[in-house]
Design a protein around this ligand. Structure first.
Ligand SMILES: Nc1ncnc2c1ncn2[C@@H]1O[C@H](COP(=O)(O)OP(=O)(O)OP(=O)(O)O)[C@@H](O)[C@H]1O
Ligand SMILES: [Mg+2]
Length: 305
């Protein structure tokens, strides 16, 4: 069953169309990344999903219902703006959210301490949050998000401003949560997070849904292959049938959008065209390359069709 169902969702602010006809679903226990440049509508989409903004058209349901605070599903939401509870202590705030998700006072207390211990903040458990460093405060916000094992995590750019150590801690926590069956919506522009944490991806462009599907499908359909060919001598005229970009003398890059021919066939064609191949390296595009292709100025991979 689909846990999240978004159908024909549009959101207008006056004349401005922030989201246009968004459609996707996420099954329980699966994960979806929402990708897009600044202003493409990512935060607006998660706010519509969590009932913080009313859709102009269409629906956004969690477990079959529009979300409101009385919703039966437990949700851990890490919003884009994270300035609250500055005067409270980490222990009080994490425990409060644990209790809001149904934990007893003593369970919430012990889980809060376990978390603070894991992220090396036990000594700061009882100091005001405003006295902590930026990275330490981010760990507290994540603790608030994770405590009580929510059914659904909605994280809006959770690692923005994290140093590499905090990024690794975050990943470990999230992976543990995913193994326990939590459903995840992750707003991010960090492609390594998409590779390691989510199985589906939604690319937004100016409020439009540019692509939605499995990460592997995005790699196949949006990226194609990156093949680097090194050769000696001259390339025969016949080689012009491939789009070649010279990298340096004797080395060319052969980008092939939507080209799912096997590396084997490609190499055979090069050889039978008389190319004197000395090195041949082919792989699917990385998600970083796809991001540049979809959003970069050159738009080198063009449209889907
Ligand atoms: N309450 C609002 N009133 C008017 N316009 C809004 C409102 N909220 C968002 N917008 C506009 O909608 C567009 C999408 O904003 P949104 O915050 O969803 O983008 P985003 O993809 O999350 O960007 P970022 O990467 O910067 O966080 C922007 O042009 C923004 O100015
Ligand atoms: Mg945003």
């Amino acid at each position: 069953m689909n846990f999240i169902n978004v159908e024909n969702l549009s959101k207008h602010f006056g004349q401005f169309r922030a989201l246009n006809d968004i459609n996707f679903s996420v099954a329980a226990g699966r994960s979806m990344a929402i990708i897009g440049p600044n202003g493409s509508g990512k935060t607006t989409l998660v706010r519509c999903l969590l009932g913080l903004l009313a859709p102009s058209e269409g629906t956004a349901d969690i477990a079959g219902l529009p979300y409101d605070p009385r919703h039966p599903s437990r949700v851990g939401y890490l919003p884009e703006e994270r300035g609250n509870f500055q005067r409270d202590t980490p222990l009080d705030v994490i425990r409060l959210f644990g209790k809001l998700r149904g934990l007893s006072h003593s369970d919430a207390t012990s889980q809060a301490y376990d978390y603070l211990d894991e992220v090396a903040l036990t000594a700061q458990a009882r100091v005001p949050i405003q006295t902590l460093s930026n990275g330490q405060q981010q760990k507290i916000h994540l603790g608030v998000t994770f405590i009580g094992n929510p059914d659904l995590l909605v994280l809006d750019e959770p690692t923005r401003g994290f140093d590499p150590i905090n990024q690794a801690i975050f990943k470990t926590f999230l992976q543990r949560q995913l193994r326990e069956g939590t459903t995840l919506i992750l707003v991010t522009n960090q492609m390594h997070e998409v590779e390691e944490l989510t199985d589906h991806v939604l690319f937004l462009r100016n409020g439009d849904q540019y692509f939605v599907g499995e990460v592997e499908d995005a790699r196949q359909k949006l990226g194609g292959r990156r093949t680097v060919l090194t050769y000696t001598g001259e390339l025969p005229a016949k080689a012009q049938q491939w789009e070649l970009k010279a990298l340096e003398k004797g080395t060319v890059l052969m980008d092939s959008q939507h080209e799912l021919r096997s590396a084997n066939q490609m190499l055979q064609q090069l050889l039978s065209a008389g190319v004197n191949v000395t090195d041949f390296n082919t792989r699917l595009s990385s998600l970083d390359e796809i991001f540049v292709g979809v959003y970069g100025e050159t738009g080198q991979f063009g449209d889907l069709n």
